[in-house]
Design a protein around this ligand. Structure first.
Ligand SMILES: Nc1nc2c(ncn2[C@@H]2O[C@H](COP(=O)(O)OP(=O)(O)OP(=O)(O)O)[C@@H](O)[C@H]2O)c(=O)[nH]1
Ligand SMILES: [Mg+2]
Length: 208
């Protein structure tokens, strides 16, 4: 239908951070049982964003549906070479990078650097061409800190956790000057649906 729009997101992050669980939550499936992902898996869901009702009856936005096409990737270090393919083949609109405050920072920093490099590779294997494309690309980098239930963090501590990654994120910002940057702090297992929905609302705002 002409009112539909696609939001193509590649979900990246170290193994066990909760990527597959988030997608299950998005789909309304039970997120409590997951297995380590070994392959790229594409899940689609059509959603009406909760903000739609705020628009007037005359606004198209009130009736618009979004197809969230979520590309789930394996986070295991040895399987990360699939990330390039996941972003290239499914022409990603943006990356949703998940973090887990209970995992070591350094390991996750490496995963964040890997996702940056594979994103560039997905644009072109020639580094100069990839850099040039990156400079023109409108895309989205969404950093999602998950498992907020497992730690006794307030928002200030959560922000401090995220600040451990600020040097890598600054590299993203310099390389992709037209990209939008977002962040969220959630618990895939415990956050109310509104908080999960809010992630897709922000994706929509960044991309359309
Ligand atoms: N306590 C808690 N556990 C979570 C949360 N989100 C995910 N988990 C658990 O974390 C474990 C790993 O979750 P997955 O979704 O399989 O992680 P993944 O990122 O897909 O991992 P790979 O497929 O190996 O890359 C599972 O046992 C989940 O139940 C959360 O918000 N809180
Ligand atoms: Mg998984």
């Amino acid at each position: 239908m002409v009112l539909d729009r696609d939001i193509r997101l590649t979900i990246l992050g170290n193994t066990g951070v909760g990527k597959t669980s988030l997608i299950k939550r998005m789909k309304g499936d039970d997120p409590t049982v997951t297995e380590k992902s070994m392959e790229i898996n594409v899940e689609k869901k059509k959603i009406s964003l909760l903000s739609a009702v705020k628009h007037s009856k005359l606004s198209l936005e009130r009736y618009r549906k979004y197809n969230v096409i979520a590309v789930d990737t394996p986070g295991d270090f040895k399987l990360r070479r699939k990330w390039r393919e996941a972003m290239r083949k499914y022409k990603t609109d943006g990356m949703l990078f998940m973090l887990d405050p209970s995992q070591p920072i350094e390991t996750q920093r490496v995963a964040m650097e890997d996702s940056f490099n594979y994103f560039l590779d997905s644009l072109s294997l020639d580094p100069d061409k990839a850099d040039k494309k990156a400079r023109q690309k409108k895309t989205l980098f969404f950093f999602v800190v998950n498992k907020m239930d497992t730690i006794d963090y307030n928002l200030e501590q959560a922000n401090r956790f995220l600040s451990n990654f600020s040097m890598v994120i600054d590299d993203y910002k310099m390389t992709f000057p037209f990209a939008a940057f977002e962040q969220a702090f959630i618990s895939v297992l415990e956050s109310p649906y509104e908080e999960i929905n809010e992630i897709f609302e922000k994706c929509k705002e960044a991309l359309y």
